[in-house]
Ligand binder design. Structure first.
Ligand code: 5FX
Length: 532
């Protein structure tokens, strides 16, 4: 039988990446480009432009078109097996929006295979400056949304999250208020994910329910646009957004342009694209309630599979699950992630990770009741704007310093306790944890995590899993399309992912943390109240 391949993209903030897998899930090809380095003509820094107010952050939409041209050319030069790709899907950075003018779809339909996309699609945007997730300029629109929808908790209950500045609905409300001529001239507002799918389809592609959950516009239970959430955003919005589809949906075949120019089969199926975080869940193959991943990079993110949604106004986001339309995923983000460990390593562990780990191991489980909060940056979870380090002794009295071992352990235990506390608040009941990112190589970090949560910790080999997740979702969606029914993600991928357990919990240590967490939560409440 001829080989069948599945292609996944990741259109992230900083670059565009692709991964091709075979039907046995082996990666056969990968390639990435970086916007700043490879497309310098767009003058981006980290893939973005920051406005003079410091709050407005955009990316040039034509850059994403040029990136797709460049990556396809590279794939062709490398001899990637494009002719045997049977399905394509992708990830987009979440929340970003692309604004297309009337007539854009006709332009997309009539592409000339002799020319790159970028040359033919210069004039399809009503604004070239696409607001992206790093934007934090829409506080007034967020306040107005929460007031219109009955408060932060009501907004979260309806849309999965309280109103967040970066969420697309609030960006759309701002555009309508500040540049009504752009809004009016726009025929279609895409997410980054559905825009990239639109390019491949040569026609408007729908938004999938999982990425659609990051807009403050969709009812996460019906997976349709909420009339109330639309009404407090801008008039006539539903038409401009198009329909929402389940994430595993087949959305048609690739446009003949790509078949002629790059040798794809004209029968190559397109599966709805989704957000990078939903696709990371797919990439790590979290497929059961109780599966959670902790990504410990620059910022820390905890995300996982949930059967029931328990939206919270104070922390995290609920998205429709990208691999199971009857389930949800939750995500909690921290600003003070790896930086905390870095700073403490430099301050008390001679800049050495070995010394840092040895110091953590030197202090007892529970740190003799000492608790620290290390807020080098304003924190998102929980929202504490006041920066600084706060240390408390076993009687909750503030102290100005800890001994080096206690300092290292306080940082690691505090981060782990916070992830458990806020994860529980949004409905996580972990059965196992998959740790990824830089800090996941630290055995002491893994030991503390395992003991705090009371579950085994596994380590994922690959942490940048969004484009791999998109390739898995291409396979999943293709199987569902072939069989004309929903096939579970696990069945489509051939069962359980192969994982090695890195740490088992210790019952006594877990009991100690279960006691300590109440004090941790009370102290955290005090810090939140002080900042208000
Ligand atoms: C999630 O809500 C975010 O804003 C980011 O993780 C973006 O998706 C990054 F692309």
């Amino acid at each position: 039988m001829e080989k069948q391949y599945f292609l996944g993209f990741d259109s992230s903030t900083q670059g565009l990446k692709c991964t091709i897998i075979d039907a046995q899930l082996e990666i056969v090809y990968e390639r990435a480009l970086n916007f700043d380095r490879d497309l310098p003509q767009f003058g981006t820094k980290g893939g973005a432009h920051v406005g003079p107010d410091g709050l407005t952050v955009t990316s040039p939409a034509p850059m994403w078109v040029a990136a797709l041209d460049m990556l396809f050319e590279q794939m062709q030069t490398d001899g990637a097996p494009l002719a045997s790709v049977v399905a394509i899907s992708g990830s987009g950075q979440q929340h970003g929006s692309v604004w297309l003018k009337e007539g854009a779809e006709a332009c997309l339909a009539n592409l000339d295979a002799q020319q790159p996309l970028a040359l033919q699609l210069t004039d399809i945007f009503t604004t070239q400056d696409s607001p992206i997730w790093m934007d934090s300029s829409t506080t007034p629109q967020c306040k107005a949304r929460e007031a219109a929808l009955g408060g932060a908790q009501a907004t979260a209950d309806l849309t999965g999250s309280r109103a967040y500045e970066r969420f697309t609905g609030n960006q759309i409300a701002k555009m309508y208020e500040q540049q009504p001529e752009v809004y009016t001239a726009t025929e279609r507002i895409c997410l980054v994910s559905s825009f990239m799918a639109t390019l491949l389809k040569g026609a408007y592609a729908p938004i999938d329910a999982s990425d659609g959950s990051g807009m403050n516009l969709m009812d996460i239970r019906t997976q349709t646009w909420s009339p109330d959430a639309l009404a407090c955003t801008a008039p006539g919005l539903e038409q401009k957004l198009g329909e929402v589809v389940a994430s595993h949906s087949d959305i048609g075949v690739i446009h003949p342009y790509f078949a002629s120019r790059y040798g794809f089969s004209p029968r190559t199926r397109l599966i709805a694209w989704s957000g990078d975080n939903p696709n990371s869940l797919a990439g790590l193959r979290l497929q059961e309630p109780g599966d959670i991943a902790i990504s410990m990079g620059t910022s820390y993110t905890v995300f996982g599979f949930l059967r029931e949604a328990q939206p919270s106004a104070s922390e995290g986001h609920i998205f429709v699950n990208p691999v199971d339309p009857d389930a949800f995923m939750a995500m909690v983000c921290y600003k003070n992630g790896a930086l905390v460990r870095d700073r403490i390593r430099d301050a008390v562990a001679e800049g050495s990770w070995d010394t840092f780990s040895a110091l953590v191991a030197d202090a007892p489980v529970g740190n003799d009741g000492q608790i620290g909060f290390y807020l080098y940056d304003p924190e998102i979870t929980p929202p504490i704007h006041q920066t600084g380090i706060r240390r408390f002794d076993a009687h909750d009295h503030p102290v100005s310093a800890f001994a080096p071992a206690a300092e290292c352990r306080a940082a690691v235990e505090g981060q782990s306790l916070s992830m458990r506390l806020h994860g529980e608040n949004i409905g996580f009941a972990p059965k196992r944890i998959l740790a990824t990112g830089g800090a996941s190589v630290d055995q002491e970090m893994l030991r503390v995590l395992s003991n705090v949560f009371g579950v085994p910790v596994y380590v994922a080999e690959k942490s940048d899993s969004a484009s791999l997740g998109a390739a898995y979702r291409a396979l999943h969606g293709w199987r569902c399309w072939q069989e004309d029914r929903f096939v579970s993600f696990g069945d489509a991928l051939g069962g359980e992912p192969p994982l090695t357990c890195a740490m088992e919990p210790d019952a006594e240590a877990h009991a100690c943390y279960s006691e300590l967490i109440t004090r941790y939560a009370n102290l955290e409440q005090k810090l939140i109240a002080e900042g208000e």
